[in-house]
Design a protein around this ligand. Sequence first.
Ligand SMILES: NC(=O)c1ccc[n+]([C@@H]2O[C@H](COP(=O)([O-])OP(=O)(O)OC[C@H]3O[C@@H](n4cnc5c(N)ncnc54)[C@H](OP(=O)(O)O)[C@@H]3O)[C@@H](O)[C@H]2O)c1
Length: 369
Amino acid sequence: MSWRSISIARFGGPEVLQMVEHATVPPPGPGAVRIKVLAAGTGFTDTFIRRGRYPDFKGPLPFTPGYELVGVIEAIGPEVTERQVGELVADLCVVGGYAQYAVRPAWMLVPVPDGLDPAVAVCIPLAYLTAFQMLTRVATLRRGATILVNGASGSVGTAFLDLARHLGLKAIGTCSAEHTRLVEGYGAIALDYRAVDFVARVRQFSAERPAGGVDAAFDAIGGAHFALSFACLAPGGLLVGYGSQSMAVGAEGMLSAALGLARLKLYSALSFLFAGRRAAWFSITDRRVVHPEQFRTDMARLFALLAAGAIHPVVVDRLPLSDAAAVHARIDRGGLGGKIVLLPWAEAASQCARTKASTGSLTDVSSVL
Ligand SMILES: NC(=O)c1ccc[n+]([C@@H]2O[C@H](COP(=O)([O-])OP(=O)(O)OC[C@H]3O[C@@H](n4cnc5c(N)ncnc54)[C@H](OP(=O)(O)O)[C@@H]3O)[C@@H](O)[C@H]2O)c1
């Protein structure tokens, strides 16, 4: 049976995303399973990888992009004992999600509770887990603490705001003017980073404290921007850097991004000079390697919160695989305010539905999904 995936044969703009047809379905090898992908998350990090600037993945080419997926296990390879055929699972795969099938190591998969919409569940592995681990594993924040979220209107930013509300934290979020209502919708204070001096405004909003400032700041803009976020901290506060967005889009060079990382180390080493203000770097994939048990526990906690209706990921669009290049162009333009999810079987379903309409056949479309 033939199937489709998106392939990148050279780094570059959205046009490098090309649809590829495969003649046979891949069998899973030892320790692996074959997943029928029902939903593939898209996001800024996929575009970072596509440009060839992402430090943790540089190929080999060609490869299938897609940092996260949710799907059903369809076949199990030798030596797999912990997973079963028919199980709905989520995977933080880094690459490989934009496909109808993915063959993945079984030990990396996390079960998704029955009844969850795959397109919503796929918002958990990257955006929500990243925000959740920084809020609960890296920072130790009491209820009522104040946080600063840079890039608050993005996938990770809105996950921060949603979780902050759930955890009883006060949030201040930077975003562009068109997204202030989105950010305020989470009960956060929105600051338009293009129009105001957000450092001065953050200190103004937290002026009830002796020296002003927030308990924790989260920053993926990176480079020189880390200094601005650090300046927003109250004494004893923590800056968590988790991205180099300026470098990813070419607004800053590699050197500036590297200096940003050096800055985080310096702040921590010389914390005593900064009234106990500290800094740390966070990477979801690095943390999974060091603390795989936390990865599984936290994913399970987030899926439980999702199932209980306690958190609300924003899916702005659900589109077929053939729209992958157009989706990347939209992410590159910025301002999505949530996640676009690719549904790899959507075209097959609509084709099947069209055939049924034209032939009057009673083929069940749901069997395709
Ligand atoms: N370390 C990790 O483990 C990890 C995990 C996941 C993601 N990340 C990183 O996190 C970052 C965000 O990812 P995402 O998927 O949330 O991206 P996204 O959905 O594209 O959101 C990025 C947001 O950044 C905002 N922005 C751009 N320049 C800004 C500035 N100077 N100040 C404040 N906000 C600014 C934009 O807001 P407006 O549209 O409102 O201007 C946009 O909504 C990326 O760098 C990604 O690589 C890191």
